[in-house]
Write a protein that binds this ligand. Structure first.
Ligand code: FMN
Length: 189
């Protein structure tokens, strides 16, 4: 192999950063796995709003009353998974999530959102509960809507990168985020 495991992981992270920066590409629609209080695994797609290297952190947004937020409030250990068919690339990241609701961080993010983006959060009906008509979805008043907006910040601990080659061969490396960068190693796919 001509590249090192670290270069291989770096290339995966560059692809993720590009997708977030350009608001484009499949990697930005990331899967978030949580564990419910009764130990049922939960999985759903979220938009990856930002990805930082130092310290390593992934940011997503949701409604405070959503199941995923309840799960994280109970147990912060989460896994993120991104797959790009165009790039034949899978990234899996593990870390610890913390929630920001009705605080300074939530306010700063909220202030950058367009009215349409804000309307993604804070419906009158609690997420996951029955409604009469999907075309009739009322929103809470703006201040209350803000209070139902949660920023999810995941402090990242590990990364696993898998790339599929043209012949279907798999190349895989795992890494650990440390204070001084990433420690990386090739692993068997
Ligand atoms: C492409 C795509 C992007 C999504 N982005 C978000 C998001 O950024 N935040 C969010 O809360 N839900 C988002 N959703 C909806 C979630 O996947 C999920 O259906 C919803 O949040 C309820 O999840 P929960 O009941 O597990 O909490 C998105 C769905 C899709 C298909």
């Amino acid at each position: 192999m001509q590249t090192s495991a670290l270069e291989f992981i770096e290339a995966g992270l560059v692809a993720l950063e590009r997708s977030v920066r350009d608001h484009d590409g499949e990697l930005r629609n990331i899967q978030l796995a949580t564990l419910s209080p009764d130990l049922h695994p939960g999985l759903r797609t979220l938009v990856l709003r930002s990805f930082e290297r130092s310290p390593p952190c992934a940011e997503m947004h949701s409604d405070t009353r959503a199941d995923k937020v309840r799960d994280i409030a109970q147990a912060g250990q989460v896994t993120l998974l991104a797959w790009s068919g165009a790039e034949h690339l899978q990234l899996r990241l593990e870390g610890t999530a913390r929630l920001h609701c009705d605080d300074e961080i939530a306010r700063r993010r909220w202030d950058t959102l367009s009215p349409n983006a804000r309307n993604t959060y804070g419906h009158v009906a609690i997420p996951g509960t029955p409604i009469a008509d999907p075309d009739e979805q009322a929103h809470l008043p703006p201040d209350e809507q803000f209070r139902q907006f949660t920023v999810i910040l995941v402090s990242l601990a590990t990364i696993d990168v898998l790339r599929l080659g043209p012949g279907g061969q798999q190349t895989r490396a795992s890494g650990r985020f440390t204070a001084s960068g990433i420690t990386a190693a090739w692993i068997s796919p």
